[in-house]
Write a protein that binds this ligand. Structure first.
Ligand code: FES
Ligand SMILES: [Fe+2]
Length: 321
């Protein structure tokens, strides 16, 4: 349990751990997320797999020097081999494999050019929902991904809650009026559609924003105004203190290539500026389990009720959110 928040920093759900192109065939990457050491590797069959990183033999980290053979990973220290289920399938100098030679296996999915891990307290929590495939991914009508990344001292809960905090858009981000919002909740997803107008360095931008949240690990923000653009936001807890925030941008191509490049750059810069305005608040704010809300604050209470499904019961203090 984090000292700053009355709930765990590591809720249940899918969290991005890498872009697909960062993990080549037979590639190995050490991961540090959820306050844990993990190893990500891609088998010869192309599938990405994630296991706990420390070898049960003498504790070497498989992400530092481990190598992929077929669809398994070999420990750099004494050559023990583990398959994607976490079972030890070979010890080069022994005939018998100790029955406890196992690593925890983490469910993985790869969608939209991103690799996600399903975080849960233990393996008994199977994923109950999927990350959606985005229609814009690899569509010729949309630009290639542009990427930005931040390490932020906060909790994924605060970042998602921000999207539902309607009033802050005026005071932090330069919205020139309170957005009019419509909210829809559906299991692990939550949508907020808003009509808004922002004062940006490029002038006042009127538009519609649809935010679709998929658990705590990912949301998309679709903007439709003078241009069409999407931010795919991926939030991954690093530990009790920090969150890895990745924003991936794409915009719908205009007939003119130079104009497309210009609006894509403006769209990205404006979104980064807005996120950085939020970061300044998040890193220093205190989480209030019982905030003093008033009319016009937006669906924060509704959001907090929805959020409870991602916290294992044992980690949630009574009336924590
Ligand atoms: S520590 Fe991994 S094989 Fe010995
Ligand atoms: Fe914000």
């Amino acid at each position: 349990m984090s000292s700053r928040f009355p709930f765990t920093a590591n809720p249940i759900g899918w969290f991005m751990v890498a872009y697909s192109d960062e993990l080549k065939p037979a590639g190995v990457m050490p991961l540090h997320y959820f306050g844990r050491e993990l190893v990500l590797f891609r088998g010869q069959d192309g599938a990405a797999r994630v296991l706990d990183a420390h070898c049960p033999h003498l504790g070497a980290h498989l992400g530092h020097g481990g190598c992929v053979i077929e669809n398994s990973i070999t420990c750099p220290f004494h050559g023990w081999r583990f398959d994607g289920s976490g079972s030890c399938v070979g010890i080069p100098y022994a005939k018998k494999i100790p029955p406890a030679a196992m690593l925890r296996r983490w469910a993985v999915c790869e969608k939209n050019g991103m690799i996600f891990v399903h975080h849960a307290p233990d393996e008994s929590y199977a994923p109950t929902w999927d990350i959606p495939v985005l229609a814009e991914h690899e569509s010729q009508a949309w630009t290639g991904y542009m990427r930005r990344r931040w390490r932020v001292r906060t909790n994924v809960h605060e970042i998602i809650e921000n999207a539902f905090d309607v009033a802050h858009f005026c005071f932090v981000h330069g919205a020139i009026r309170l957005p009019e919002s419509k909210v829809t909740m559906n299991g692990p997803s939550f949508q907020v559609s808003s009509r808004t107008a922002f004062d940006t360095p490029a002038g006042v931008m009127e538009g519609d924003i649809d935010i679709d949240t998929f658990g705590f690990g990912m949301f998309t923000a679709r903007y439709r105004g003078l241009i069409e653009g999407i931010i795919i936001a991926a939030l991954t807890p690093i530990d009790d203190e920090f969150v890895d925030v990745r924003f991936t941008f794409t915009v719908k191509r205009l007939p003119d290539e130079a104009a497309t490049a210009f609006v894509a750059q403006q769209f990205m810069e404006d979104a980064c500026r807005q996120l950085e305005q939020d970061i300044a608040v998040w890193e220093h704010k205190k989480f209030l389990p019982r905030p003093l809300l008033c009319e016009g604050d937006g669906p924060i209470g509704l959001f907090r009720k929805w959020a409870r499904q991602f916290y294992p019961v044992a980690t949630l203090r009574a009336r924590a959110i």
